[in-house]
Design a protein around this ligand. Structure first.
Ligand code: C2O
Ligand code: CU
Length: 481
């Protein structure tokens, strides 16, 4: 059945003014000026209680990093290193993937492909430098379709050497939860419907770990708002009523500041957007932030509420561009061309796919929990001593264009590990600008091209970030050798 938002848990009147992101635990916050630093951080993955909805409801048992969902905000400056000890106190094995970070393959956190999973009671230490400034995040890559929507996700922020001047640098980690009337997580992970349709949609959307009524603004202030979509399936189309935010970065990578088309910020699972939000309202004003991705089921995410004294009386000029990260520029003329065809799902028509070397029809696949394929292969899990073959092998340094063909009736946010890529074309039309991304949201039946220099050696996952689709077979990997 359909889970409509807010149907199950009545919204409560909450007074949470002035404490939104201030309540987020910060693992690393201040640093002296400037030599590259190593930040040592301990993350413990463990169950804990969280107050996702109002105080009139019971707490929810979730899975957390260090007791909170989202986990602690990890902050470093561009060029610094992180040394993160992850201890697993969950009832199942886990890993942590550092989404969007261009790091050495062995630190990428993919079970049996880049590391042995961390068994319950065990630990693993990740260590890597953060070469690119921007907004990133971290989450397990083992049983992701269960572990991420149980609460295991957190922000990883890499500060620019010279950050843009803003009055506040804020973060909204967006997550959704499937709760019953007692605010208990419904643990129907990987069910047939979610896997074969549009994934696990929750019925309760939280901002930084709780349902949010109000978010304070002061007249005239300029806020950098970092948005992270940590949902397993929900796509947002955020409308900031009465406001005209600028997008200044996508998936961590700067873009020339621009107003989003139709004043809506579209954010698929795993995608991030950095906004400049100028508070152009009046004292006492209330303006909704609406998620209108499904127009007939639009809902209010939060109200921006003006209070306090005006910070500034005059409007600010448009924000300047952030400094680009040093990404290798693909040469489209000499690039080798490859294809990734995505098939399967409900209403996907007849198709066949190989699973562990056997050709199966949709029914045979469904019996084995698979519904999707990349280039005719349903991605299985990697097991000890049995990693799947890469769907694509390229030489280190190769310039590549990959044509993405969505031969399904569904949307898919397609993510490549270890690299950023340019989105070159859509529907045969060359795009301008060609944004850098690590995740690209494909419309049903869409054809797109992405381009990159495969400069990072190793086995890199390439998968849909609707986590039930990934689990259901829409995953593969690229070998850069
Ligand atoms: Cu956000 Cu393969 O991951
Ligand atoms: Cu998908």
């Amino acid at each position: 059945q359909e889970c409509s938002l807010a149907a199950m848990i009545p919204r409560l009147t909450r007074r949470r003014l002035l404490q939104s992101t201030a309540a987020l635990p910060v693992a690393v916050s201040a640093w002296p000026a400037r030599a590259a630093r190593v930040h040592e951080i301990a993350l413990v993955a463990k169950p804990a209680q969280a107050r996702l909805v109002g105080a009139n409801h019971p707490m929810t048992e979730v899975w957390t990093f260090n007791g909170t969902a989202p986990g602690p905000v990890i902050r470093a400056r561009q060029g610094d290193s992180l040394k993160i000890a992850v201890e697993n106190r969950l009832p199942q094995e886990t890993t942590v993937h550092w989404h969007g970070i261009r790091l050495p393959n062995a630190m990428d956190g993919v079970p049996h492909l880049t590391q042995k999973p961390i068994a319950p009671g065990e630990s693993f230490t990740y260590q890597f430098a953060v070469p690119d400034a921007g907004t990133y995040w971290y989450h397990p890559h083992a049983m992701s379709h269960e572990q991420v929507p149980r609460g295991l996700h957190g922000a990883l922020i890499v500060e620019e050497d010279a950050p843009p001047r803003v009055d506040r640098d804020e973060l909204w980690v967006l997550a959704d939860w499937r709760l019953d009337k007692e605010a208990k997580l419904i643990a129907d992970f990987g069910n047939f419907r979610d896997m074969s349709h549009d994934g696990r949609l929750g019925n309760t959307v939280t901002v930084n770990g709780s349902e949010l009524d109000e978010w304070p603004l002061r007249v005239g202030e300029r806020v950098r708002l970092r948005l992270i979509n940590a949902c397993s399936a929900r796509i947002f189309a955020l409308e900031f009523k009465d406001h005209r935010p600028f997008v200044i970065a996508l998936d961590g990578q700067p873009v020339a500041p621009r107003e989003p088309p139709d004043n809506r910020v579209i954010l698929g699972p795993a995608e991030r957007a950095d906004l400049i939000l100028d508070a152009t309202g009046k004292p006492g004003q209330r303006s909704g932030v609406i998620d209108a991705f499904e127009p007939h089921r639009a809902y209010r995410l939060v109200d921006l509420v003006y209070g306090g004294k005006a910070l500034r009386e005059t409007a600010l000029p448009p924000p300047p561009s952030l400094k680009a990260n040093a990404l290798p520029e693909p040469d489209l003329k000499r690039a080798e061309r490859h294809k990734a065809v995505f098939t399967g799902g409900m209403m996907g028509g007849q198709f066949e796919a190989a699973l562990d070397g056997r050709m199966l029809d949709p029914r045979g696949l469904a019996e084995r929990g698979k519904f999707w394929a990349v280039n005719g292969v349903a991605g299985g899990d990697h097991h000890p001593g049995h990693a799947m073959a890469p769907f694509l092998t390229v030489k280190r340094g190769a310039h590549c264009v990959i044509e993405l063909i969505n031969d399904t009736a569904w949307r898919h946010p397609i993510h490549l590990h270890g690299h950023a890529f340019r989105v070159v074309s859509e529907g045969g039309k060359t795009l301008s600008p060609m944004d850098w991304r690590d995740t690209v949201l494909m419309a049903p039946r869409a054809r797109m091209e992405i381009a990159l220099v495969a400069d990072n050696p190793g086995d890199w996952m390439f998968h849909c970030h609707i986590l039930d689709h990934q689990q259901g077979g829409m995953m593969a990997h690229v070998r850069v050798e």
